[in-house]
Design a protein. Structure first.
Length: 241
């Protein structure tokens, strides 16, 4: 395609502006905003971990309360059996009471072992909960610092005027003839790009392919009013001025 050098740059700008329009023109995000989002995620993770550690403590504390309640019932049962034994004379009744008393004492022994294990576990879990609580406090401090930094950056950053991409595209199209636009649209439909820059005298800016030496030489030596095409993707290439 033949086109004067200045119009080639216009066509390149049109190609890039159309791609920008397709993805949506967005202002670059403040670094402070990214840091704030990171701090928010870290704070949430710390809260979730702290909640999980508290639940583990609660579960074991409930187990301890259950064991203690069961122990009280069994000790009462063991005392009742002992009291009845002192008054019972029937051998069968005494045998049943002895058996029940033995079972109660045996179960009390098991409960004492469970209670000891639970107390050992609750100690470690409470320490873990305290560690996570400290991490929540630290994450909250970092979050507040990041929030203040973001608010300060927002106030210091001038508000950029909203960019009218459609108007820019219309203006660029108005600088090019219909034949050029038709050929550009044909190629853009084919590969989604249409026109890109020939970078560093060796690379297609559209497909990022490093072209063979012979093709690079042909592109470099082509007349200035011609736009060579990439042999790989077909995009028209604009050489640096």
């Amino acid at each position: 395609m033949k086109l004067e050098a200045q119009k080639q740059r216009t066509l390149l700008e049109l190609s890039r502006t159309l791609r920008l329009s397709a993805v949506g023109a967005q202002a670059p995000e403040l670094e402070e905003k990214l840091e704030l989002e990171k701090a928010e995620k870290e704070h949430k993770r710390a809260l979730d971990a702290a909640a999980a550690s508290q639940m583990a403590v609660d579960d074991v504390e409930n187990d301890i309360l259950r064991i203690q309640a069961d122990e009280r019932k069994l000790r009462k049962r063991e005392r009742d059996d002992k009291a009845q034994l002192s008054a019972a004379t029937d051998p069968d009744v005494r045998r049943e009471l002895e058996h029940d008393r033995y079972a109660a004492k045996s179960r009390i022994g098991d409960l004492m072992s469970e209670l000891q294990e639970a107390h050992n576990e609750i100690h470690a879990l409470r320490n873990n909960r305290d560690v996570h609580g400290a991490r929540v406090d630290e994450a909250a401090r970092k979050l507040e610092t990041a929030r203040r930094a973001f608010e300060t950056a927002q106030q210091a950053t001038p508000v950029a005027p909203e960019r009218d991409i459609d108007a820019e595209i219309a203006e660029l199209r108005g600088q090019l003839d219909e034949q050029t636009l038709a050929e550009f649209e044909r190629q853009r439909t084919e590969n989604g790009i249409g026109v890109e820059e020939f970078k560093a005298g060796k690379t297609c800016g559209s497909c990022s392919m490093v072209l063979p030496p012979a093709e690079r030489a042909a592109i470099a030596n082509a007349p200035k009013n011609e736009m060579p095409q990439c042999s790989d993707c077909g995009s028209y290439l604009v050489r640096p001025a």
